[in-house]
Structure formats: structure tokens, C-alpha cells
Ligand binder design. Structure first.
Ligand SMILES: [Zn+2]
Ligand SMILES: [Zn+2]
Length: 122
């Protein structure tokens, strides 16, 4: 029976990931413990840690409340509801964390998308 390397995780640099998430882990040890079981949660944590770690509007740091937001949501071609999620996080990681995104909590993100600006900023 020919053996394949299917089970190996080539290309995964756990060291880089560790450095990036280390700070967030130190600040949120319990959230980290609760979430690290899941790969999806890990990508999410890494993503949020990279883009600020808390809501850039109100400072909310509970990851359950956080979402990734396009900084320049300039209309045209914006497919609301399909942004965010693990696929986006994984894409951003693969792309080397491009600029143009920020972390917002759901309240601020929702207000921004519904009324064009969070009441916190008024
Ligand atoms: Zn907020
Ligand atoms: Zn806000």
C-alpha cells in the first residue's frame, strides 16, 4: 500500500502563530483556553489579535462579541453577510494580514452598517 503524506501539516508554521497570538493569550487566558480546541477559533483569535484584539470603537475585548470589519466600506459590491467568518480569517492569514480591516464588536459593527456610523463616534 503506497503511503502518502496526507496527515502531515507541511507549511504550518506554529512558531509564527505562537508569537502572534502570545500577547492575546496573556491578556485573555480563559478565553484562549476555551477556544483553542477549535481550529476555526484559533484562526479567529489570531486574526483579531493581529487587527487590534478589541473593538476599535468602544474597546470591547470579549471575543464572542467581536467581528472583523472593512475599514473602507465604500458601497459598491459590498456583500454584507458574506464577510467575516472563518474563510475570511483564513484568507487574510494566507495573504499576510493585509490592511483595510479592523476589529469591531457587533454593536459598533451593526451601527456602522445600519446608520453609517457608530453612536460612540458622535
Ligand atoms: Zn464596540
Ligand atoms: Zn461604537
Amino acid at each position: 500500500m503506497p503511503s502518502t503524506a496526507k496527515g502531515s501539516r507541511a507549511g504550518w508554521c506554529s512558531k509564527c502563530q505562537y508569537v502572534k497570538t502570545k500577547k492575546w493569550r496573556a491578556e485573555h487566558p480563559e478565553q484562549h483556553r476555551a477556544l483553542k480546541a477549535s481550529y476555526r477559533a484559533r484562526v479567529k483569535i489570531e486574526c483579531f489579535a493581529h487587527y487590534g484584539g478589541h473593538c476599535q470603537c468602544c474597546g470591547e475585548a470579549e471575543i464572542a462579541f467581536l467581528a472583523l470589519d472593512h475599514v473602507n466600506n465604500d458601497g459598491g459590491g459590498r456583500d454584507r453577510g458574506h464577510n467575516g467568518g472563518t474563510r475570511l480569517y483564513a484568507q487574510l492569514r494566507r495573504a499576510g494580514w493585509p490592511t483595510g480591516y479592523q476589529v469591531l464588536c457587533f454593536n459598533c459593527n451593526f451601527a456602522k452598517s445600519q446608520v453609517g456610523g457608530c453612536p460612540h463616534q458622535r
